[in-house]
Design a protein around this ligand. Sequence first.
Ligand code: GLN
Length: 483
Amino acid sequence: MSMLNFASIREIQDLLAKKIVSIDDVVDFYIDRFKKYDGKIGAALEVFDKRSILEFSQSLSGSLCGIPGLIKDNICMKGRIASCASKILEHYQAPYTATVIERVMQAGGLCIGRGNMDEFAMGTSNETSAFQQTHNPWNYDRVAGGSSGGPVAAVAAGLVPWAFGSETGGSVRLPAAFCGVVGSKPTYGLVSRFGLIAYASSLDQVGVVTRTVYDNALVLSVIAGHDHRDATSLPVAQVDFTKDLTGKIRPGLKIGIIENAFHAAGIDPEISQALEVVMRQFEQLGAILVPVRLPSMDYSAATYFIMSRAEAASNLARFDGIRYGTRSKQARNLEEVYELSRAQGFGHEVKLRVLMGNYVLSVGHAAEYYQRARDVQNLMRAEFMQRFEEVDLLLSPVAAGQAFGFNAFGDNATQMDLQDYFTCSANLVGIPAVAVPCGFTKNKMPIGFQLMGPALSEGLIFQTAYAYEQITAWHMHHPQLAI
Ligand code: GLN
């Protein structure tokens, strides 16, 4: 089955169509890869048994027929645990299935298991998971990135050809860049949040992880489109995002180069150099590069910090040991049920964020923090919209540096939060973005670039990224895995 090693969805589909492999072979192959390699990587919290994996499929002809993926553990699959990598939901069984999973099932796709993540998607390195660390397949001494580290590491290591992560501030794109795979964050409202356990509802979206741009467009086509069960779902029909992947870019395409982002303090020169090459390649493809400034971006991480904590504090109130969450056995009265269940169930980072969220919303502070953050968010929206009158897409790095080591920042939490600098604007503004591999550092760690576009420009983003992918070979590299 060596032809399945690091295969893309498209390649697997081809092997299935030619009857060189069967769906049974595919499932056996990936279960076996998890057994062999995941002990050292730590991408999955659970791999299901073969029979239940096969039972996901509800179609023998859909566009994901027989193709298994790993699901971040904040996305509900009926009857299965959805722990959010938190002790408080360690035994929580989802009572229903998320829309994105239903659509995968209707397309014949398979879910192979549950992916590790930062607790409640709060983190940048998967180190806040209550259960295990996820190691970067390119160097096991480094993090895979977060918060969708498990799903992303699994795709990078060829343990699955696709995975679902979730995005609130960059949680699919950042690990994708750290691990050398493609990660997308759709327009807010394009993909249903029904069955996605909330972190910050006005920013959250399910995001897709794959080895190639084509595959990413394919999976997004399956899950995008209106869902009446999500009040923030946009009234748009399902679209086939693969149809404009011609290998060419749109004639006259203007790509804005975010100058202040390229010169941001602390950016690793190896990343800037790789991005310079990307610019030349886009020029080769016929794009017109336009330098632009987005001063509001410099405030994005701070704004994201406040908005995400505020919404997290509200969303996580439901985990009280009564409505949701494991109830503390030591509690002797109602007050203690709340206090002890939350004290014992939540990890340090989650507690910090809930505290911070309540603080920025509290009387006396809301005007100073929350309201100002909202004002800046509105400014950012206006500024981005204005830029998109001048250019079609925006190009930037995904991260300022390469994947870092475990406990790299010690107690310097701000340093960790600044990792979101390039990514969280897209969430705050509600626009789509994709991270695409574009090289390696001298010590062989992956580098990625990011393309952002106006709302509902997924088709154009994929078309442009695909054209780039066709003239480069970064997506064909894969790590050497240790057993
Ligand atoms: N790193 C960001 C955070 O910790 C992003 C998280 C996310 O997108 N879920 O909040």
